[in-house]
Ligand binder design. Sequence first.
Ligand SMILES: [Zn+2]
Length: 364
Amino acid sequence: MKTAHRKSPVMRRASRLFLNDVNAGKAAVVRDFLHQCRDITQYFVDLLWQRHDFSADLADLPTIHRGRDRFGVTTRLAQALAKQAKEVCRAAHANGTRKPRMRRWTSTLYAHFMTLEAFTGDYFDYALRLIGSGAPRLLLPLHSTRHLSGLLDAGWTLGKTVRLGWRKGRLFVECLLEKARPGLQTTGDVVGMDSNYKHGLVFSDGQTTGDTAYDTIQGFATRQKHTHAQIKSLVGQALKRIDFRTIRVLCIEDLQHVKAFKRGTFPRRLNRRLSHWLYNLLAEKLAHCCQEHGIRFERKAPWKTSQFCRFCQKWDRRNRRGDLFVCRTCGHTDHADFNAAHNLAFLGLAGVYGLRSLQNSHLV
Ligand SMILES: [Zn+2]
């Protein structure tokens, strides 16, 4: 499934706009609608899960009618929510997780229910018009954001659907954007990237970024409001400083099955969950950058990459001394992150997942 997605000719992004200027009456109508959507979607999820229906087909009409009659909504709305329930169940089944519970009040609105157009007037940028068919009839005026205008300037176009949601007392609209995927780079370097809290991101081609961002992140109290949004923007800014044009393949550590940041000092104020969240965020943003630049993005096993000497290709656990890498065999001295980044690039060049794959050869 993931492979199919990767080969999709279209790239997708989402951009969230908060509806801070909607009056209380309209907000209540939208909130009630989203609440109802959540209940109906959960009803369909329960039905599908009970039937072990994880197919990709649309829900059948009797099922849709059952939901429609039970909640007194239009067939069209029941159909749209059944479709979302099918997608949720299918994804959960593929991931081997338990029956999904719809905690979030977020609903995808297809073109039957809404139009998104330029706002006629000065104060706002867009008008999201809900046109009935089961959704309420309302006009929601929206301000654009730097994120959204940046994407539109970079050639992304607005898709035909939006997601409408309610989170922590705020209504938001998530615009879905699309752009044709560029072809893969055929020239350029195979580059590795290593990251830690102290030095930020270190690339094997010599580029570094984010060292000050990571200092700032360490300074955040974890419970502080908006912290996640601030971190997201810091990571985004750090990645903007990287020149991706000379890169053909980018290799990063696959930390899926490894404790996050086991190397270096782990700041106590950041709990492990946050550090996992941060690494996943970084990996996702990097994957997006790579997608946009036609760069192959590969995850490699971090096993021994910090103790392996990139010059004599021997490894020793004593080679690593804090921030410094000193090879016990050949004496090669290097910045530890730079050495690790090089080893990730080495795995990319060798076309293997980890050093373990080379263990039986003459190299390791
Ligand atoms: Zn060496």
